[in-house]
Design a protein around this ligand. Sequence first.
Ligand code: MLT
Length: 260
Amino acid sequence: MLREASNGIRFVAAGEGPAVLLIHGFPLDHTLWLDQIRDLHGEALVVAVDLRGFGASPRMGEDTLDMERHASDCDLVLDELGVDRAHVVGLSMGGYVTLALADLFGHRVASMVLMDTKAGPDGDDAKAGRDAMAERLVTEGRSAVAASLMGGLLGPEPSVAARARFLTMAEALPYESYVGALMGMKQRPDRTAVLADFEGPVTVVSGEDDGLMSVADVAEPLAATARDGELVVIPGAGHLPPIERPAATGDAIRRHLARI
Ligand code: MLT
């Protein structure tokens, strides 16, 4: 059941134990994590947010959904739950938010799982790609963009269930949130130093077949940047292991918690 924080952010909180905050990517929502919530709530307090503008959380009425705003929203959710420190799990854009949390609200972050994400900023080509996607959204429509995104994000031979879950999330996202998120990701700063300075354990999780952020080019260097970094590769998954390989993703988070 979704709860609501005083900033309007909707979230699921289930279970007891160490707090694990799950932050979804783009263009997704907290339902990305449904299997992991079910899997882990017997051993942890699992909190899964809908970031502002996503899922059931309200939009801002502004043009940019930036990572810093998402981080401060997550900080308030944790505060209202009485959670001082959480193990933060972020997938892709959720990883950008995780690093923004560590940067701006470092006292909250006990450890991190960075899943199919990166610490560096967008290069010029990526920035131009954000503008092109925003333009395509408002001209060709959300379904066309969601369908082509799905091809790039899911690994080879995705199950019908994974495709259905992706489209359910991607086709429910309001146009203005799509565009706001693209603009927010485009302007995010380089947080490589935040990761390098972070003192807690970091597990980098990557789908073996992530075509957007590959194991060799992105995940391995990310794990090497962390002081106490470990890499877990999930076979048979692309960019979205929580819906492509739900059980292996739950196991990776459990393995991370066992390191604490
Ligand atoms: C995501 O999966 O959250 C996004 O694709 C990340 C990005 O576009 O940088």
